[in-house]
Ligand binder design. Structure first.
Ligand code: ADP
Ligand code: MG
Length: 506
């Protein structure tokens, strides 16, 4: 008898410009807990979205065999009916509804056309018991913590007779005891015939629970390891995860003249009232003049949150701790205060809030510092043109003219406009969040050259990047962020992909 519950064969999926999955094979045995691991962008979520019908058959090539039958899921409902449930990190519950309403939403219990609430509540209680969650089914979901909400999602899956439960990074936002609860529940469900696929970057957790582990890297299956044959260890997993080649695409660093501390953050904590949890815990970091310091870490580790909390705290976290710029204690109430004190922040999301795409290059360049070229509230067009031309030349922005709409430029050139916008403010400390995401190799190299030039002129750069080769190739010093904490600090000279990954996955 075939002991496989799921066989995904030769799955290839392309997005415009990226092959997210390249001939991936993924086999899950009945009644096992199978972990799926890999760096950011390896293709884990995409593979699971294909399995669940988010990307319908026809949008990928390859074959899905579930319970012995070839499946062509066209919608999420199709995979649900077959017995597959996916729980995402961003939960899909409706906060304003009660626990029991959420559990039975979409498959309500009715007498004819009338809802049978008594029966619904009774069955909801049973489901809650199965996931060992002691809450009143009539409580509203919004009043429960994240760990409990996750268990309710699982209860919902169980109420639909799930055979294969998929969890996509469920514990990255949970505290330790909630995570442990969840792992115990998966073990319990396994005894009752529920097979699980768990995506997690917490390798200790993976090692503690996995029967088998599959490693993806750059859209390819690297290997499947059997824990019961002693094939799974942290070192082995990391070795397979980080094998990405370091090709020589980083400019030579000139001997740098690194000066004294320009930014220092002490005992820095941030609480996100919207999420109802601490997102930064006891952060102590410093940045010197003329230095490139990187924040390395996995998605969700808190790197962007840290940058935002320093840059005037636009998300209004509750912050404790001290921040010094140039030796002076600062308490920024707004990004504008941070800009005045010499900070600049180039966002990861150029299209979202970095640039105004329908405006032209010169308007975007001067966006952040209109005051410098405006007198009495009137923009001085001459100065705007002079400034924009200056940055076009010094950053090598390839545009037919500074009157060109930013929308019409390539991603790399948009990124340069983004950087120009902030250089116009003449910052001392430039924060770059994923500065080369989604831009081609040539434009990447030019961004690197610009970064080196800026630090040679005495600017300090904090770079957030998910690409380990980029971190190694560009930084002077590296902080590794994991679960909202600084998990380690390294001089770039002693750093390796493996060392960083060990700290990032703990
Ligand atoms: N909707 C999308 N559009 C374009 N590219 C995408 C989309 N979703 C994922 N990708 C790309 O596909 C690759 C795999 O992403 P993903 O499956 O999310 O990785 P993981 O979950 O392992 O971090 C990445 O290069 C990512 O940028
Ligand atoms: Mg993912």
């Amino acid at each position: 008898m075939n002991d496989a519950i799921l066989e995904m064969e030769h799955i290839t999926k392309e997005f415009p410009g990226v092959r997210a999955l390249d001939d991936v094979c993924f086999h899950v045995k009945r009644d096992e807990i199978h972990c799926l691991v890999g760096e950011n962008g390896a293709g884990k979520s995409t593979l699971m979205k294909i399995l669940s019908g988010v990307y319908p058959s026809g949008e990928y090539t390859g074959e899905i065999i579930f319970e012995g039958n070839v499946q062509n899921f066209n919608r999420i409902d199709d995979s649900k009916k077959a017995g597959i449930a996916i729980i995402y990190q961003e939960l899909a519950l409706i906060p304003e509804l009660t626990v029991y309403e959420n559990i039975f939403l979409g498959h309500e219990i009715k007498n004819g056309f009338v809802m049978n609430w008594n029966e619904t509540i009774k069955q909801a209680k049973e489901m809650l018991k199965k996931v060992k969650l002691d809450v009143n089914p009539t409580a509203k979901v919004k009043d429960l913590g994240l760990g409990k909400q996750q268990l309710i999602e699982i209860a919902k899956a169980l109420s639909m007779d799930v055979k294969l439960l998929i969890l996509d990074e469920p514990t990255s936002a949970l505290n330790e005891s909630d995570s442990e609860n969840l792992m115990n529940l998966l073990r319990e469900l396994k005894k009752h015939g529920v097979t699980s696929v768990l995506i997690s970057h917490k390798l200790k957790e993976v090692i503690g629970i996995a029967d088998r582990v599959t490693v993806l890297r750059d859209g390819k299956t690297i290997c499947t390891l059997d824990a019961h044959k002693g094939e799974v260890s942290e070192n082995i997993l990391i070795k397979h995860m980080v094998g990405r080649e370091i090709n020589n695409v980083y400019p030579e660093k000139a001997a740098r003249d690194i000066g004294g501390t320009i930014l220092e953050v002490k005992n820095w904590n941030a609480y996100d009232t919207k999420l109802g949890r601490d997102i930064l815990k006891d952060i102590n970091i410093h940045v010197r003049k003329g230095e490139i310091v990187s924040l390395a870490g996995l998605m969700g580790s808190g790197r962007t949150e840290l940058a935002l909390s320093l840059f005037g705290n636009p998300k209004k976290y509750i912050i404790q701790g001290e921040m010094y710029v140039g030796g002076e204690l600062k308490k920024f109430k707004h990004p504008e205060n941070a800009i005045k004190a010499g900070l600049a922040y180039v966002t990861e999301d150029r299209k979202g809030n970095g640039l105004i795409l329908i405006q032209d290059v010169k308007q975007n360049v001067t966006l952040a510092n209109l005051r410098a070229i405006a007198e009495n509230g009137v923009v001085n067009n001459n100065e705007e043109v002079v400034a924009a031309n200056e940055y076009r030349d010094s950053l090598g922005i390839k545009t037919p003219s500074i009157e060109q709409k930013v929308l019409n430029l390539s991603g790399g050139n948009q990124q340069k406009v983004s950087v120009a916008k902030w250089l116009f403010v003449k910052p001392q400390i430039l924060i770059l969040d994923e500065p080369t995401r989604g831009i081609d190799v040539g434009a990447k190299y030019e961004i690197y050259l610009i970064m080196n030039k800026l630090v040679e002129q005495g600017m300090s750069i904090i770079m957030i990047s998910s690409e380990l080769p980029e971190i190694l190739g560009m930084s002077d010093r590296i902080y590794i962020v994991s679960s909202g904490r600084i998990a380690g600090e390294m001089d770039a000279k002693e750093a390796t992909q493996e060392k960083i990954m060990h700290l990032a996955t703990n």
